[in-house]
Design a protein around this ligand. Structure first.
Ligand code: ADP
Length: 486
């Protein structure tokens, strides 16, 4: 089988720039796909962190004017990733995260910043860059949604296109007056084009024009076809019918490896599970909790937003603390939630503790040291923290939605009789049902043999990229064949 060349287009990529799961996926795919016969290069914006990491500054492939300023397309490597970089200082040489400035507000020229990324992706797709003609362009989320639209309106031979929806809640909508300035033709202003409820919809464009649509779990793929889960785009997603597929994410099992994790004090595996007790103690100490091996220690690692359902957990904190359990939370986001958890910690010293912020090493310690990880999301396209939790034997307690439904096997009596449970699920996503799940979790915790079986099952679950990578490779090959190549 001949090798395929795929250009992945992403607004963030681990370990260079990360605000969420998208970066993890974009960062992991190239290595996971190499054994599947796919050579993936990732096109990213030239944020300061990317420019700093680019080895030897990269080599210049093209120079162009891009939305009011000079730009270069650089080719190079950073952190083992093969990259193409849109070096456009007027768009990307800024402090802050990829989307918002230091004042916490979206950059006002975000439509142009990400249209620039899509525009360069389209140039590469059309063969305008020397030495480059990918078989497939794989775009991610709204930031890259215009890629397929630019390709469609160019009316020249183009590669196959795939867009992956990592979170339908972020759609990238901008005023209609930007149509011309973004370089889109007048005919793009139509329901069959980029128009979306009177605005230009970047994600809508991606869903409209890409040959294939994927999202990050089979359950989420089903949910986004419904009015309840489709966030206004369900009609279009239903219309795309068989072109929509759900492919679960994996995690990088070398970064997340409890047996060889330099970020935890006591690495462990299935045979040395007892060592986990030392990680628990270290975690309790780090957070100022009583170092009690018998207290059921819950962990949370999350963005603090409505999506993640942590307001429901906040409502149950008193009961949780009264039951003798402990909770450590690491996260940042909505000020009301940050305040709520800080107040809960102050009200229950020694039992509840939180760190507001983003801390990758601390996330590893929480996975290794907590007994159970709570993920009460109202919706969850895939979710990565519960996959890490499985691998680290932190029993996931999750809402039965999206990827959480697909990756955790509820330890109900039937599953336990079959020796199959890996965690606890609850549904619907309400405070009452979460409270019930916490009671079930505490019951299981009291039966240490049952708990250990659950942990072992969890740790044996294949959460690697191997299966997902094979599915992506299959999708690319089908697409190339369907378009008459390969
Ligand atoms: P989302 O992308 O919706 O935020 P995911 O579960 O898909 O949620 O991915 C979140 C990723 O970010 C995981 O790898 C998780 O461990 C990490 N993460 C989230 N919040 C924090 C934090 N405060 N500190 C460290 N890592 C975090």
């Amino acid at each position: 089988m001949s090798r395929l060349t795929v250009l992945s287009v992403a607004s963030e990529v681990f370990p260079l720039v990360k605000t969420g799961g998208l970066a993890d996926v974009a960062g992991a795919l190239p290595r996971a796909l190499a054994p599947e016969g796919v050579d993936m290069t990732t096109l990213v914006p030239g944020y300061p962190a990317v420019m700093r990491a680019l080895e030897h500054g990269g080599s210049v492939l093209a120079v162009a004017d891009l939305f009011g300023g000079p730009a270069r397309v650089l080719s190079g490597t950073a952190e083992g990733l093969a990259l193409l970089v849109v070096d456009a200082p007027h768009l990307f040489d800024r402090p802050g995260n990829p989307y918002v400035g230091p004042d916490g507000r979206d950059w006002p020229d975000n439509p142009f910043r990400f249209a620039a990324l899509a525009r360069v992706a389209a140039m590469i797709g059309l063969g305008d860059l020397p030495g480059w003609r990918p078989d497939v362009i794989h775009a991610h989320d709204w930031q890259t949604g215009l890629t397929a639209a630019y390709l469609a309106y160019a009316d020249r031979p183009r590669p196959g296109t795939v867009i992956t929806v990592h979170n339908l809640a972020f759609q990238g909508q901008f005023g209609p007056e930007l149509l011309g300035p973004l370089g889109l033709p007048p005919e793009a202003w139509s329901v069959a084009g980029v128009e979306y409820y009177g605005q230009i919809g970047f994600l809508k464009a991606g869903l409209q024009f890409s040959d294939r649509i994927t999202t990050v779990s089979p359950s989420y793929a089903a949910e986004i076809r419904t009015p309840a889960g489709g966030m206004g785009l369900d009609g279009l997603i239903r219309a795309r019918g068989a072109d929509v597929a759900g492919i679960l994410n994996g995690i990088d099992d070398t970064v997340w490896d409890p047996a060889a994790d330099p970020l935890i004090p006591a690495p462990f595996d299935l045979k040395t599970l007892k060592r986990r007790g030392d990680d628990k103690k270290a975690l309790q100490t780090r957070f100022g909790l009583a170092a009690d091996p018998d207290a059921l220690l819950y962990g949370v690692i999350s963005r603090l937003s409505w999506q993640k359902g942590l307001d429901l957990l906040l409502g149950e904190i008193g009961t949780l603390a009264a039951s003798g359990a402990q909770l450590v939370l690491l996260g940042s986001g909505e000020p009301a939630l940050e305040r709520g958890f800080l107040e809960a910690a102050a009200a229950h010293p020694g039992r509840i503790a939180c760190r507001i912020g983003y801390d990758e090493p601390l996330a590893h310690l929480i996975q290794a040291g907590s007994d159970a990880l709570i993920v009460p999301s109202r919706f969850e396209p895939c979710g990565l923290t519960q996959l890490c939790a499985l691998r680290y034997g932190a029993v996931p307690v999750v809402a039965r939605v999206g990827g959480l439904a697909d990756t955790i096997v509820d330890a109900n009596e039937m599953a336990r009789a079959a020796g199959a449970g890996t965690g606890i699920q609850f549904s619907p996503v309400t405070a009452e049902m979460l409270a019930g799940a916490l009671i079930r979790t505490a019951d299981l915790w009291r039966d240490r043999d049952a708990w250990t079986r659950l942990q072992r099952n969890a740790m044996k679950t294949d959460v690697s990229w191997r299966r997902p990578a094979a599915r992506y490779a299959g999708l690319y090959r089908d697409l190339v064949a369907a378009r008459g190549g390969g």
